[in-house]
Design a protein around this ligand. Structure first.
Ligand code: SF4
Ligand code: SF4
Length: 448
């Protein structure tokens, strides 16, 4: 039997037909879809078109051939099409299932197979290996190799977008710093909550300073924090790339690591991870042992901005030097975790910040996991539009709430040559405001 025929059978067996039938082809989702817009309004690159293709495969009208695959792979998975859908189609779930079927039956070249095996099975599930990989990057950055490679122009050997990406990578922590992570920290104000922190794989290595600031803000807000050592990667990368079985294994490890902790919330600071964690109940819905445990886990997931607002962080009299700030939504934080107002409220509460909403702040920036690496042309097209909107606000600080979005914003700033503009994570700016406010009030206290 041909591969396409096997895939077709899998589509018929595994795709949720009711969900596919829910789409009434109204097209309300079309204006929200970046790939539809950037492809010159091609139906096959719209949510409605993609759902129609999946349905046609299920109905046996077409085979899941290269065109179907291209259409599904070019989707950013941003899920901007979901909140506007009057039928409530859970497009993201359909996409995940279809991609998983394709990935399991696709014949990859040996090199792609090797890279997928390395990334999905040998690297991300193992926090220690993530630390080793980050330490190697740190060696490259600190040993002089980076400046040597730049001087010799070796980066020109890379595709343009990767060479620019190399320039915007954060300075990563040292091996020692990565291995001295706390497992418990106490509130620095009267205790109001006991929370667990989901530290993530990239966030606790490459972006470790953001994790440290997140915990410091939570402590200041009155949280005792537990950081279970047994936690692992959330599995989002696996789930979105057709490695669902591995995603389920990681989900189970995380549920096990957190479920006995007796905490009010499980806090995340990365929209991409949070959105995947909050859908573990969907991921494990057919598993009789894990379905209920997944539901209990999901009920506790919250983004850090939500907890900070709940604990009144926006009522602190924080201030920063005068600056114009804009906010780029993390698609998954907004469309899946339904968190959009809290980050804005926190930013607007800082004196000195002039908050300007950019047009289409809720449209994807083109980062989308590893999308900017595997689909650079579409990703850069989407990013260029985003940077145009950011420039219109005249903001000097672009804030976001997910590591992928943060790197993509930095990439956009570099591509546009915007020397006076910076991109930061929400917790970076809040922490900066805490420090600046402390510095401003301490001398006053001393003279008083
Ligand atoms: S908005 Fe919903 S129902 Fe309408 S076309 Fe899009 S997915 Fe289908
Ligand atoms: S997930 Fe994003 S890119 Fe994909 S169809 Fe929906 S709106 Fe378009």
């Amino acid at each position: 039997m041909k591969n396409e025929q096997i895939m077709q059978q899998q589509f018929q067996a595994r795709m949720n037909e009711d969900e596919l039938l829910n789409c009434m082809r109204c097209g309300f989702c079309l204006p929200t879809c970046p790939t539809y817009i950037e492809s010159g309004f091609q139906e096959s690159h719209s949510p409605r078109g993609r759902i129609a293709l999946m349905k046609a495969v299920v109905d046996g009208l077409i085979e899941p051939d290269e065109d179907v695959e291209r259409s599904l792979q070019l989707c950013l998975g941003c899920r901007a099409c979901e909140p506007v859908c009057p039928s409530g189609v859970r497009y993201g779930h359909l996409l995940e299932e279809a991609r998983d079927i394709i990935a399991q039956h696709k014949t990859y070249s040996p090199i792609v197979r090797f890279i997928r095996h390395l990334v999905f099975k040998q690297l991300f599930p193992y926090p220690k290996r993530m630390r080793i990989a980050t330490a190697l990057l740190g060696f490259y950055q600190r040993s002089g190799l980076q400046s040597f490679a730049r001087k010799l122009g070796l980066l020109r050997l890379l595709p343009n977008h990767l060479a620019t990406m190399e320039k915007v990578l954060p300075n990563v922590p040292t091996w020692k710093e990565m291995n001295e992570r706390p497992t418990h920290v106490e509130a620095l104000a009267p205790r109001k909550r006991r929370v667990a922190f989901f530290s993530g794989c990239l966030m606790d290595t490459m972006f470790m300073d953001i994790n440290d600031r997140t915990m410091k803000l939570l402590q200041l807000a009155g949280c005792d924090i537990v950081i279970p050592e047994a936690q692992t990667c959330c599995g989002a990368l696996h789930g979105h790339s057709g490695e669902k079985a591995d995603a389920k294994t990681l989900a189970k490890r995380n549920i096990e690591a957190f479920e006995a902790l007796n905490v009010d919330y499980i806090v995340t600071n990365a929209g991409g991870c949070g959105a995947f964690l909050i859908e573990y109940d969907h991921l494990l819905k057919d598993d009789p042992v894990w379905a209920e445990r997944a539901k209990a886990f999901v009920a506790k997931i919250k983004d850090v901005s939500v907890i900070l607002v709940e604990l009144g962080f926006h009522h602190r009299s924080l201030r920063l030097p005068n600056q114009i700030v804009t906010y780029q939504d993390s698609c998954h934080l907004r469309n899946v975790m339904k968190t959009a107002s809290e980050p804005r409220l926190l930013l607007q509460s800082i004196a000195g910040v002039e908050f300007r909403e950019m047009k289409d702040a809720d449209r994807c920036c083109g980062s989308a996991g590893i999308y900017n690496i595997v689909h650079p042309d579409m990703s850069m097209q989407v990013l260029d539009y985003k940077m145009e909107q950011a420039k219109q606000t005249k903001a000097t600080t672009i804030v976001t709430a997910n590591p992928g979005c943060l790197l993509q914003m930095k990439l956009g700033i570099e591509r546009e040559g915007l020397a006076n503009v910076r991109a930061v994570h929400l917790v970076d700016l809040l922490f900066e405001a805490v420090e600046a406010t402390k510095e401003a009030t301490e001398p006053m206290k001393q003279t008083g």
